[in-house]
Design a binder for this molecule. Sequence first.
Ligand code: IFM
Length: 442
Amino acid sequence: MIPRRADFPKDFLFGAATSSYQIEGHSFGSAGRTHWDDFAATPGNVVRAENGAIACDHYHRWPEDFDLMQQAGFDVYRFSTSWARVMPEGRGAVNTEGLDFYDRLVDGMLARGLKPAATLYHWELPSALADMGGWRNRDIADWFADYTEVVMGRIGDRLRSAAPINEPWCVSWLSHFLGHHAPGIRDIRATARAMHHIGLAHGRSIAAMRGLGIGNLGAVCNMEYAAPADTSAAAAAAAQLYDGYYNRWFLSAMFKGEYPADVLEGLASHMPADWQDDMATIAAPVDWVGINYYTRKLIAPAPGPWPAHQEVAGPLPKTEMGWEIYPEGLEFFLRRTAQDYSGDLPIYVTENGMAGLDNLVGGAVNDAARIDYLSQHLAAVQKVAADGVPVKGYFTWSLLDNYEWALGYEKRFGLIHVDFETLQRTPKASYHALSRALTRSA
Ligand code: IFM
């Protein structure tokens, strides 16, 4: 059973999260082209070559979506603004339709008693900037700071919180080393540069928001628990390195102003010149940290160049993504983040959830597996909060079934089912269960 609101500290916030390209419908409102449009148009990259042109049509249907958020009893809504919607070329001209849209969204949240939690970048880089090297180009920190000022100059006065970049690991490693996400590069030098420039852009964006007098600013990092695949020393070292470039690199830079030595061993020769001079900017103080957590990975050594390791299938029950269900990992990261990086600062679980089969049968979706997943992870959060770790909120990923990037519309993460033919919304059993946990008084 999902723990009730009353089981958490009084000031604990419950929310749901989404992102712009995954739900809005990028073909609406004169938005500019993004590297995800290009990536999806390249054969073999995305299931059925699907893109975010229509997605959930949240662009027009947001009032219905926010009504459902309100009816469920959520406190806060985590959304992102699209760079290419606001500045179609990434720099220069501003699309007023785009800014007007986010202005309406924020007012729509406030009108329903939902606190707006904004993220400035959730992956849809304007194509014009990708043409200039995207995250490989150091200038992206300037471009991102300018974009930050444009968006926050319009909506920053009404936000509860703001964060620059969602999941730096995905923006860099997943997209430039593994090539699974746009821009689909597989190159270690590109990866090292992206990993550094993301931090720099984060720091510049924080500074820009401080300059505008905006507060409650944070960083949102995704984390995967890295477990050695066997008891050998080599497997332990492989898991340690995975943990380093996945989980420790960004937190260490943002909270300590340094990169972990074990990861630098592999990346140092690929880093941009004078990267050390940027560390103070990257470590700009923040007010909170967000953890996106879904799963663990079993890691084994492998032949070949650094990082010379591989993922191995694990024995635990899995979601439709093939991801093992391992709530102990969330507990681990909440404790370690406070202890090693953020101290007394509030921590939020900014994403957690699962993809399920989620068939609509007779007008209902019985997603019992999701109820179980949420129950287990919320119980982990509750335990850690009871031990005094300053975890202050939990956001389910996601409010709606949506565009799951390279997997198209096939993987359903929503509390609300979306029929991608009719765009009809149907709250699933998990929506009703979570709503009961949030609203019932005892
Ligand atoms: O859908 C994504 C989201 O965009 C970022 N975090 C993980 C989710 C599930 O894969």
